[in-house]
Design a protein around this ligand. Structure first.
Ligand code: FES
Length: 143
């Protein structure tokens, strides 16, 4: 009994190769295993960030472990944002100027507004409530 013609077999093999390449591409683009992704990008409980004066006036500080960015536009005034990139969920790794940097695909965010300045991210970082209390910064719900 004759099998499929050589041309039909080539078509099937070519399709399988393309599907395999597409699968590899998706795996290479995944960031889930690279830097982890929090289930929720913002704190679900109040978080004590320590001394308020650790955030420079006119600047910002990245709290890596808490996945937060806090900026201080003027004395005694603080703004906090999730430090989890809105593109694919990587944690921002540093602040350059007043921009939070995502190491995965290069997105940049304004640390005073959370706005996405450079893509691929287009969605701003979620804002997190924050207050200074007794010289310490408390971020998250009820702040
Ligand atoms: S996860 Fe892709 S730019 Fe941040």
């Amino acid at each position: 009994m004759p099998g499929p013609s050589p041309a039909a077999r080539r078509t099937v093999l070519k399709g399988a190769a393309l599907a395999g390449a597409a699968g590899l591409g998706a795996a290479a683009c995944s960031t889930d295993s690279k830097l982890g992704r929090a289930q929720v990008p913002t704190p679900t409980e109040p978080v004590d960030l320590g001394p308020a004066d650790a955030v420079p006036v006119g600047g910002a500080k990245l709290y890596r472990d808490q996945r937060l960015i806090v900026s201080c536009p003027k004395e005694g005034e603080y703004k906090a944002f999730s430090a989890q990139c809105t593109h694919a969920g990587c944690a921002l790794d540093k602040i350059v100027g007043n921009e939070g940097n995502c190491p995965c695909h290069g997105s940049r965010f304004d640390v005073t507004t959370g706005k996405a300045l450079v893509g691929p991210a287009t969605v701003p970082l979620p804002e997190v409530a924050i207050k200074a209390e007794g010289g310490s910064l408390i971020a998250g719900p009820d702040a």
